[in-house]
Design a protein around this ligand. Sequence first.
Ligand SMILES: Nc1nc2c(ncn2[C@@H]2O[C@H](COP(=O)(O)OP(=O)(O)O)[C@@H](O)[C@H]2O)c(=O)[nH]1
Ligand SMILES: [Mg+2]
Length: 284
Amino acid sequence: MNNINWFPGHIAKAINELKTKLSLIDVVVELKDARIPLSSSYIELDKIIGSKPRLVILNKADLADIFMVKKFVEYFRNNLDTNVLTTSSHNHSDVKTIIDAILNLAKPQIDKLVARGLNPRSARVMVIGMPNVGKSSFINKLVKKAKTKIGAKAGVTRQLSWVRINPKIDLLDTPGIIPIKLENQLSAIKLASVNGVSENAYSHEFVASELLKILYDKYPNELKSFYNLNVDNSLIDLQMIAKSRNLLVKKAEPDIERAAFMVLNDFRNAKIGKFTLDELPNDN
Ligand SMILES: Nc1nc2c(ncn2[C@@H]2O[C@H](COP(=O)(O)OP(=O)(O)O)[C@@H](O)[C@H]2O)c(=O)[nH]1
Ligand SMILES: [Mg+2]
């Protein structure tokens, strides 16, 4: 299986659900994966979100290339014209920064209600992002400090439940899932590499081999030194890694399958290094 065949199936349904929830929301918090800030973005999201205030957060920054993450923050600030922060689920010291950013983005909306003679109310916020980007962990982090379940809000939702994470912010306690599109094979490989694609949609061998090409191109020294390989002008493949790690079948043949699992795990746990796989558009 030399490509990634995953049809998220109900894309239209997912988008409709997202739109319904969005209609209740004042501020959208969109999580992207700091290792693939572009590949973890849904191209049509801008249209779906429209002019609603959006806070973009590059999550899993603890696993990513800090230098590239900084560049991507700048890039999104310029191109999305919105606030962009970085975080990781292990870092709980930035909750206040995140809350303040949400309050800032919500203020014009709430002020508008007041200007129309309505009572001010707390801002309604929702977290969205692709599968496995860290939405639940992020919500837990914000909720932990607050812990005021307020349940269903009369007139607003029946099934949806909200948590008051600040006197002025109610957070929808279930995130919105952004479907991923896998038409672009390179993005699909990167999504699979960060565990953003259902595992039965691809062969580990294929994804690990392609990931090695990307890593060899971007971080050759880290890759060679982690797997103790002294090679010049040649690609690093699973065969070489299996041999170097002594992963053998019948004591002689390199065990490609185990090597593939190992490489994916090493990458996902940032053992080889902290890497970002996407490139900035136009190399700026
Ligand atoms: N290293 C690291 N792991 C994270 C981070 N956020 C989430 N995870 C892990 O990523 C996986 C998916 O997280 P989850 O919150 O369930 O993602 P969701 O599918 O978007 O709700 C879990 O194994 C989390 O522990 C992060 O910032 N850094
Ligand atoms: Mg979740």
